[in-house]
Design a protein around this ligand. Structure first.
Ligand code: SF4
Length: 231
């Protein structure tokens, strides 16, 4: 009778989760993650519809607590009525509120849109500024929005940290920080500036498709072999 082979024992490496990278290992860890994300998401583009820096700035303000798809349903009518900072600065707030109502928090968003447009007109000659120090002085604009505008329309270094980037960075062992600004600085230190914007976009895509907040699909995740949080 043929002897049956004992099933091979699963190795310890196969059973155990990858360890968190040490500080010294972090740059290499980040590069491997970047390579993996590039394979799964070769094209990383901002999904907010826009035709100018002003329109992307306005759309990003509207995207707070709202999906890109919902914002993209709202902005055609908004930009038809107020396509530029000059037009938005003179807008009637009740009309803007009505146009952006479906994005939520519409009263403060309408106020910020008109305030942002007025600031762009009065302090920056009608042109959206490119420096992060200037962008964050505009109403409704924090570092995340400023970095979206810098990286997407100006092709400047900028790594927006939204809820997906924050969650995935922690799960993947790239940071232990909770504060988005600290996370941004830590990630910036690990990757070349030219990669910052698309790294953020790719993490967002991975967060939406695979690494869900409640039910991450670790079995389908290309990064599972190096993720200390894999389930
Ligand atoms: S899906 Fe799982 S393995 Fe992949 S990054 Fe998220 S937690 Fe890690």
């Amino acid at each position: 009778m043929p002897r049956t082979k004992k099933p091979a024992k699963r190795t310890t490496a196969a059973r155990t989760k990858p360890k968190r990278p040490t500080k010294a290992e972090l740059p290499a860890h980040a590069r491997v993650i970047l390579r993996g994300l590039k394979k799964d998401y070769p094209v990383a583009v901002c999904e907010l519809t826009h035709e100018s820096p002003f329109q992307l700035l306005a759309a990003t303000i509207l995207s707070a607590q709202c999906t890109d798809a919902r914002v993209n349903m709202t902005t055609p009518a908004l930009f038809a009525a107020y396509p530029t900072a000059q037009a938005m600065a003179l807008a009637d707030i009740a009309h803007v509120e009505q146009l952006v109502k479906s994005t939520g928090f519409y009263a403060s968003k309408a106020k910020n849109l008109i305030g942002m447009a007025n600031a762009v007109m009065s302090r920056f000659g009608g042109e959206v500024p490119t420096a992060i120090e200037d962008l964050v002085t505009l109403p409704g604009v924090g570092r995340k929005t400023a970095n979206v505008v810098r990286s997407v329309v100006f092709d400047l270094p900028g790594l927006p940290v939204d809820t997906h980037v924050l969650r995935l960075s922690k799960r993947l062992g790239l940071t232990r920080e909770e504060d988005p600004v600290k996370v941004e600085h830590e990630l910036n230190a690990l990757l070349p500036p030219k990669e910052w914007g698309e790294f953020s976009l790719r993490l967002i895509l991975h967060g939406r498709r695979i690494c869900d907040a409640r039910k991450p699909k670790c079995g389908e995740c290309r990064l599972a072999s190096l993720c200390p949080s894999r389930q």
